[in-house]
Design a protein around this ligand. Structure first.
Ligand code: FES
Length: 157
């Protein structure tokens, strides 16, 4: 497959760099793989780890560190605040409702793999609690009804 060959070429290139194991080099490699694939497949991480001589968990850590790097081919991302002030306005109830609707796995990925649910402990917008972001757009004063409708809309896109 042409794409697979291109990903292998990317890995070969970065594996051949002087500072191949540096975070900077690994991050650049992951970004390039994502540009090619739209996300970073586990298989690519496994090949890269072997070529470079590092643990796959190191690449997983870098992917976690940069929100722009995707370890799954999801299309939308919901970020829900679980900070104290949002909790006081029922953000945990929102979280449970989203989890149930999307049937997320332990990584927060929906059953259909199209939506990723993540949480953060305070989004620095406490005056409009509860807060969520969908695809980096802020939705203040969220309610369960509004959120479930929003998810229905995302699923149609
Ligand atoms: S606690 Fe949610 S924005 Fe601060």
């Amino acid at each position: 497959m042409k794409k697979e060959t291109e990903v292998r070429e990317i890995i070969e290139y970065y594996a051949g760099q002087k500072e191949a194991k540096s975070q900077e080099n690994l991050t650049a490699m992951l970004r390039e793989i994502q540009e090619k694939e739209g996300w970073i497949p586990a298989e690519a991480c496994s090949i890269a780890a072997e070529k470079i001589g590092i643990k796959e968990s190191m690449l997983a850590c870098i992917i976690k560190l940069y929100p722009s790097l995707k370890s799954a081919p999801y299309v939308h991302e919901i970020l829900l605040c679980t900070g104290e002030r949002c909790q006081r306005k029922d953000s945990l109830e929102l979280l449970a409702a989203v989890k149930e609707k999307l049937q997320t796995d332990k990584e927060g990925l929906s059953k259909d793999k199209r939506i990723l649910l993540t949480t953060r402990n305070c989004l620095k917008k406490c005056s409009t609690s509860p807060n969520i972001y969908v695809d980096k757009v802020h939705y203040p004063n969220m309610t369960k009804d509004k959120l479930l409708k929003l998810i229905d809309k995302l699923r149609q896109e």
